[in-house]
Write a protein that binds this ligand. Structure first.
Ligand code: SF4
Length: 332
């Protein structure tokens, strides 16, 4: 069952005196109950904007977002519908969801109280349970956020999100501010919470190596578009899109032999002036003549796998690519 569905989402920002930016240019993605989907791409590809749309924090310029089968409410100052409390977001900087001047116990109790989930007499027990769920001792109740390490603060931010008893979490680069050891520990915690509590997670990261360790499926984003999707095993062992392949080749080798940075030359272009045709063509070593003028559509290769690249587009799909059935994910 799809818990969260984003369909043909576009997000544009207007800028005074300058060309508008189309940060997300028509991306679709879905999240099923109890799975982790990784959304990866370089900085500036639009993945954090898409994360905010997925969490209901900003409205898309076009397209739709559905959670538990219903459209997400438009973000406003009014309280969100109770149903949407089960969709929570965790940010890169845990301080954004923790008050530095209040003790952890009262902050977690507040998160329970705000959502009217338990009577006052049961809140302390639940706070201790939340701390245990994220691997912190009950004594953390009495401490302030600054008394914890970066990894522990991210655990606290996750505990705060868990206080709302979510069915889905959107996590925007939750590991990128942590050292390698804390990254591995928090990644394991996410996997454990997903498996034990059946919480679905959309994990946004620029680090494909980390996402690979926890995600069931991965969507690769480039310059506002999803360019490839598949199971983690498929993408890691048989990447089809040249950009996915380049991201994998750019990962440092465990044997210390280094990376192949030449496979991903240059920078992500300005999203206000995306290249014509395939947006990746100026950086693609396998670009064809048509790549500079025609944009490939995302087409299904099998039940889970989709790719947007002329190298993998069967002739029968070329006449009217928009009419194809979409796979697990889709985008323009
Ligand atoms: Fe490279 Fe062309 Fe495929 Fe784009 S469509 S990734 S430019 S081969």
């Amino acid at each position: 069952m799809n818990l969260l569905e984003l369909e043909s989402v576009e997000v544009s920002y207007s800028r005074r005196g300058r060309a508008p930016v189309r940060a997300v240019a028509g991306a679709s993605i879905d999240l099923r109950q109890g799975e982790i989907v990784g959304l990866v791409g370089e900085s500036g590809c639009g993945k954090s904007t898409l994360a905010r749309v997925a969490a209901g924090l900003i409205s898309p310029t076009a397209g739709s977002v559905r959670f538990e089968g219903e459209a997400l409410a438009t973000p406003s100052r009014r309280a969100r519908p109770r149903r949407e409390v089960r969709l929570q977001m965790v940010f890169q900087d845990p301080y954004s969801s923790l008050n530095p001047r209040r003790r952890i116990g009262s902050q977690l109790a507040d998160a329970i109280r705000i959502n009217n989930l338990l009577p006052p007499a049961e809140r302390e027990r639940r706070v201790v349970e939340l701390l245990e769920q994220v691997g912190l001792p009950a004594t953390a109740i009495h401490s302030f956020p600054h008394q914890f390490s970066g990894g522990q603060r991210q655990r606290l931010a996750i505990a705060r999100a868990l206080a709302a008893e979510p069915t889905a979490l959107v996590l925007d680069e939750p590991l990128s501010a942590l050292d390698a050891s804390a990254q591995a520990q928090v990644a394991n915690l996410l996997l454990q919470l997903c498996r034990e509590l059946k919480i679905a997670m959309l994990l946004i990261s620029h680090d494909l190596a980390i996402v690979r360790q926890v995600a069931d499926r991965i969507a690769v984003m480039y310059l506002g578009l999803i360019v490839e999707t598949g199971t983690t095993q498929q993408l890691w062992t048989q990447p089809r899109h040249p950009y996915t392949r380049a991201l994998i080749e750019a990962i440092p080798h465990a044997d210390g032999l280094g990376t192949k940075p030449e496979s991903l030359p240059g920078e992500v272009p300005d999203p206000a002036r995306p290249p014509a045709g395939c947006r990746f063509h100026p950086r693609c070593a396998q670009a064809l003549e048509r790549c500079a003028v025609e944009a490939p559509s995302l087409i299904p290769l099998d039940q889970e796998r989709t790719v947007a690249c002329w190298l993998h587009t069967p002739e029968k799909h070329e006449a009217n690519p928009q009419s194809l059935d979409r796979g697990a994910f889709a985008g323009d």
